[in-house]
Design a protein around this ligand. Structure first.
Ligand SMILES: *Cc1c(COP(=O)(O)O)cnc(C)c1O
Length: 392
């Protein structure tokens, strides 16, 4: 017998659960794409996206996923042979480095394993760069595979007076954890619609500062990816924002989702909710791990863990993922980038998710460990409940 009928629980780190309101907002035929209604709504969504990122700078939207955002940023920042220093804390940093290397960028990797980037190592490297050959420093705020969370202000501080641009991938963190692009001195920020933004996959965003606009080199820029055309578009040229037909239903979806995040719940409350849900997951895993040393969080230091996704080593993880899917209607993330992917999994707590959903996901996992005979410490759900009772 399966108990999986009912509302499915998606706990994968993107696409994240879609609010019914967002789906309903998108469920509408396109109006005239040359009319005032859509032009005004698009401008409003652009302004909301800048609020979300904490910037009064520029914004270039793209039809595409996060990988498109990576390529868009690189196409406006580098010429062939320009040097990018990529700080790597897991699978996504590695993929990003490979993608822009294939575009012709001279990539230098600084790999921290599954730990967050160490600002001191970055400072030492840049201090030795007398000729200022490093054109940009690239970092994922959250690496979605390891669940490591970078301290972006500390990274910026470590760059000191070095002229390199700071480029941050916030695809798995924007709308989940604080991002104050202007206050923190981030030059380029990249994100996409389907994680913290609670929208369907299909749009990517690149925010950039005046400094990035001036210092980006143009050797890889092609007309479609040129951020100036998009960021400089106005109300009378909607097509320029998007390089052609606008993704009309995505704009409707973004408008609704951003209203929920910015105007209703409020960003501070959104960040606090993610932090509390994350801590409830860590508490459960720690309790399970107390009875089985094989069960542990990938990131040992709580201050270096992401608010949006938690990576876990768990013997029998593949069987557990299959069991909770079949028996409970819960989908967990695969052990992407883990040393032994079959013995690892990820629990997403990003976007439109609440305490009941997290308790459901954790309860399904605990039931699965009992059913499959996976040793685990007692009290995982109690530990999670205690965190949620006092979410401070
Ligand atoms: C999901 C993700 C990506 C890739 O985004 P896609 O939409 O799958 O192309 C890149 N970086 C990070 C940190 C991510 O979480």
């Amino acid at each position: 017998m399966s108990l999986a009928a009912g509302h499915p629980a998606i706990a994968i780190p993107g696409p994240s659960p879609l609010p019914a309101r967002v789906m309903r907002a998108a469920h509408r035929a396109a109006p005239d794409i040359y009319g005032a209604e859509l032009a005004d709504l698009n401008l409003h969504v652009m302004a909301q996206l800048k609020r979300l990122a904490g910037t009064t700078g520029h914004l270039a939207p793209y039809i595409g996923n996060g990988h498109a955002g990576w390529e868009a940023a690189a196409a406006n920042l580098f010429s062939p042979g320009d040097r990018a220093l990529v700080l790597i804390s897991g699978h996504f940093g590695r993929s990003w480095a490979s993608q822009i290397e294939a575009m012709g960028v001279a990539v230098e990797r600084m790999d921290f394993g599954n730990a967050p980037a160490d600002p001191a190592r970055l400072a030492a490297r840049l201090a030795a760069d007398d000729a200022a050959e490093v054109h940009a420093v690239l970092i994922c705020q959250t690496d979605t595979a390891s669940g490591a969370m970078a301290d972006i202000p500390a990274i910026r501080a470590a760059m000191g007076d070095h002229p390199a641009l700071l480029v941050v991938d916030a695809i798995a963190s924007l709308g989940c954890a604080p991002m104050l692009m202007d206050d923190w001195g981030v030059d380029v920020l990249i994100s996409a619609s389907q994680k913290g933004l609670m929208c369907p996959p299909g749009t990517a965003f690149v925010w950039f500062s005046d400094r990035a606009s001036a210092r980006g080199t143009r050797g890889l820029t092609t007309p479609y990816w040129d951020w100036h055309m998009r960021a400089g578009a106005g109300r009378d040229s909607l097509w320029r924002f998007w390089g052609g037909t606008p993704p009309v239903q995505q704009i409707f979806a973004l408008d609704e989702a951003l209203r929920m995040l910015l105007d209703e719940e409020g960003l501070g409350a959104v960040w606090a909710r993610h932090a509390a849900l994350a801590r409830s997951v860590w508490a459960a895993v720690d309790a399970w791990g107390a009875g089985n040393p094989g069960i542990r969080l990938t990131i040992a230091d709580p201050s270096a863990r992401a608010a949006s996704v938690t990576a876990v080593t768990l013997p029998g993880a593949d069987a557990l993922r299959e069991w909770v899917s079949r028996q409970c209607g819960v989908t967990l993330g695969i052990g992407l980038g883990a040393e032994n992917p079959a013995g690892a999994l990820r629990i997403a707590h990003m976007g439109h998710c609440n305490a009941a959903m997290m308790l459901g996901v954790l309860g399904a996992m605990q039931a699965g460990m009992i059913a499959l005979g996976i040793d685990h410490g007692a009290g995982g759900l109690d530990a999670a409940a205690r965190v949620l009772a006092e979410p401070a």
